[in-house]
Write a protein that binds this ligand. Structure first.
Ligand code: ZN
Length: 149
């Protein structure tokens, strides 16, 4: 267990292990050569930084790179995003963003919606810590802005 102010200490153990795994072994961190989308996001409240790169081919995410630095929640959330996004349609990616946001807002999600979220459901407990919600949503909001922009 991590102590102190990590925000993880009250989370479900399984969820905590998913978050820590993504924090320590982030997925898809290799930079892309000529990404179609290249966006950086910053959370001044916590000092989190995220860099997202995407290759988009025929409306589908064909390559994804996410890297950054900051707290365990922001970084694991970004890694989960990288894992979820690979191979999805851009429209699906936007659906995922809205699901993650609804999860953080405490909305009731259907079983199907929970399935759609995959391991990202591990971040659910973060909704109880308002300061941490920004950390969890940082990469997803940046992705949404980039896809809509
Ligand atoms: Zn943070």
């Amino acid at each position: 267990m991590m102590g102190g102010t990590s925000g993880l200490e009250h989370l479900d153990e399984l969820y905590e292990s998913i978050i820590l795994d993504h924090y320590h072994n982030p997925r898809n961190t290799d930079p892309l050569e000529s990404p179609d989308i290249d966006v950086e996001a910053h959370n001044p409240f916590c000092g989190d930084e995220i860099h997202i790169q995407l290759d988009i081919e025929n409306g589908k995410v064909s390559g994804v790179s996410v890297s950054g630095q900051g707290c365990a929640i922001s970084q694991s959330s970004a890694s989960l995003l990288a894992e979820m996004l690979d191979g999805t349609e851009a429209t699906e990616a936007l659906e995922l963003v809205s699901l993650v946001r609804r999860m953080m807002r405490g909305d009731e999600l259907s079983e199907e919606e929970q399935d759609q979220l995959g391991d990202t459901i591990a971040l659910e407990g973060v909704k109880r810590f308002p300061v941490r919600i920004k950390c969890a949503l940082l990469s997803w909001t940046a992705l949404e802005d980039a896809l809509n922009g």
